[in-house]
Design a protein around this ligand. Structure first.
Ligand code: ACO
Length: 370
């Protein structure tokens, strides 16, 4: 090593606890069980705001006043239903196609048709336009995958998404519950998919590349791919007494319980609390089974993994709430992506303003140089 080379720092596995950037978008306080978006408590936003208003907060830094809201809503509506999007969708859509694969194809195809190249060299306004345009098409793409186009009803993205997913007008509870869910998962610090988006943004690549890469990271079962798997666990219980033997067998086999544990929270996940409350408003045997599963799993995890503080994370009751809303399982992770695309794009914009590329090092542990 010569004198100018920095001394290597060995990061902990998974970069746990390592601060890799400054952000003004969201703050997750794992020990307190609190998170906020730009200073606004996220759980309060989830019960008191619309999806579109919180999107505005993420992208522009403030909740909109009435004129800003009207302008933002008409902008979203205009850009999310362009003719070129219909053309790309028509070329890509096939019956029963996996919505994640469709989205993965549509983002770069549409970006190329709209002449959106690399972010490098673009001004802030151009980058933000790309962020808005690409996040705004997700509900339309998912509606296309559900065979439900055209959907704009003027009632907002959440109502339109529910109509597309279920084929009927949503009731007031479903609107409230899905609004809360989508706001709760819009952003969450430096989770794996957001970090992926920021790494790609740091290279100067375009917004479509950032979102597509982040989507890939989201699909993993340890991240946003967990909700359908959490429901599979519930499917295997006929009654509450089935739960404990199943949980013990899973853990004995070295498998993880989907919908439990979190990289940052060491106390109850505040997202889980609100979603459980919403599920309990509807009630029914499935919700009772989920509540029992949470109670039993937390007790057995505390016994077998002492000192880890493993609780239900957002995904268990997110899955239950989405099921109660009538969202099919194959659309659960895509519905998560519809919200998280807002967070990814805000983070990609923040990262793109910093010209430093994210490029850590690795420690070579293979055979020595011959
Ligand atoms: N089931 C069983 N054991 C678990 C679980 C779980 N759900 N979560 C953590 N553990 C165990 C690990 O096996 C490990 O045990 P060991 O030390 O005996 O090997 C220990 O707890 C380490 O856990 P952490 O360091 O707290 O967890 P990590 O940060 O590595 O992982 C993660 C976090 C990926 C969320 C993990 O808890 C997990 O796999 N959960 C299940 C999948 C899931 O629900 N993902 C959704 C997360 S929320 C989201 O991404 C939106």
């Amino acid at each position: 090593m010569n004198e100018t080379e920095p001394v290597p720092v060995i990061a902990p596995r998974g970069l746990a606890g390592v601060v890799v950037a400054d952000t003004a978008i969201s703050d997750v306080r794992g020990a307190e069980g609190v998170f906020h978006y730009r200073g606004h408590n996220a759980v309060s936003l989830a019960t008191d705001s619309t999806f579109e208003d919180v999107w505005h907060l993420m992208l522009f830094g403030s909740l909109p006043d009435a004129p800003a809201r009207t302008a933002f809503l008409s902008q979203i509506s205009r850009i999310s239903h362009g003719d070129d999007l219909q053309t790309v969708l028509a070329a890509v859509l096939r019956a029963d196609q996996d919505p994640i694969s469709v989205l993965t194809a549509v983002w770069p195809l549409l970006a190329s048709r709209r002449g959106m190249g690399a972010s490098y060299g673009l001004g802030e306004a151009q980058r933000r336009d790309a962020a808005l345009e690409l996040a705004a098409i997700v509900p339309t793409v998912l509606a296309g995958c559900a065979g439900a186009l055209p959907v704009p009803s003027g009632q907002g993205l959440v109502a339109d998404h529910l109509t597309a997913m279920t084929g009927h007008d949503p009731d007031a509870w479903a609107r409230r519950a899905l609004t809360a869910y989508l706001i709760l998962v819009m952003d969450h610090g430096f989770n794996a998919s957001t970090f992926t988006a920021r790494v790609i943004a740091s290279t100067g690549a375009g917004m479509a590349a950032c979102l597509t890469g982040a989507l890939g990271a989201l699909t993993g079962p340890l991240h946003g791919g967990a909700p359908a798997r959490a429901l599979e666990a519930l499917d295997s219980f006929s009654e509450v007494s089935d739960i404990e033997p199943w949980v013990r067998a899973e853990l004995a086999a070295g498998r993880r319980l989907m919908g439990f544990g979190h990289a940052v929270y060491r106390t109850v996940d505040p997202r889980s609390q609100l979603l459980r409350r919403l599920a309990l408003e509807q009630g029914g045997p499935r919700v009772e089974l989920a509540v029992a599963y949470e109670r039993v799993a937390e007790r057995v995890l505390a016994e077998l993994k002492p000192g880890r503080a493993l609780h239900a994370n957002v995904e268990l009751f997110a899955a239950v709430v989405m099921e109660l809303c009538g969202i099919p399982r194959r659309f659960m992770t895509p519905t998560f992506a519809m919200a998280r695309a807002v967070g990814w794009s805000a983070h990609a914009l923040e990262q793109a303003a910093d010209p430093k590329i994210i490029r850590p090092a690795s420690r070579y542990v293979g055979p020595p140089l011959r």
